[in-house]
Ligand binder design. Sequence first.
Ligand code: IMP
Length: 203
Amino acid sequence: MPQAVVIATGNPGKVNEFCAILKGSAFSFFASKEMGFSEEVEENATTFRGNAELKAKAVFDYMASEGKDGYWVIADDSGLEVEALDGRPGVFSARYAGENATGVQRYTKLLKEMEGKANRNARFVCCLCLIKPSNSPEFFEGECRGSILTEARGSGGFGYDPVFIPEGHSRSFGEMSEEEKNVLSHRGKAIKNMLAKLGDTLA
Ligand code: IMP
């Protein structure tokens, strides 16, 4: 039987990427929503690692309270760090343009703040927290370096994808297919680091 793993996120963009990257691995995946968890976890830690742990623990505790045993839980906290903005939006990437802002509103605000800036260097960061029953949380990280465009390009992916070009490439994440993005992305790399540690391989 494949190990059942719950992905602790309500972000459909993240769920799609997890499922695509983990297809063919020795796990079966469920989004936390499918398991009945619909709470917004307050992300009040100051690091990606701290917030990933908060989200994973909230879903793990929910599963235990529902008597759903034996599941592993993975949460991802991720964001965009921009050099010219001293690392902002960073851990505030999701809330950068207000609590209920859309991805377009977020990257529009970023493009405005970046007007006239010569240094466009940025990186996406992802920290995964994996909780297995009776184990301490484990953490896996991935980063993708690149730069911020002066205008949005493409409509694929989610969040800041249309304004971010990974290093060595000429198309934004928003212009790439899901498969192309997953090979390069911070999330793809963090998941691969996790699978390497777990001794699993991708199909
Ligand atoms: P959180 O991890 O749920 O706090 O959200 C992180 C936020 O960072 C997302 O809502 C996006 O705005 C942004 N973000 C994280 N990963 C990506 C990505 O792969 N592409 C584009 N934006 C991302």
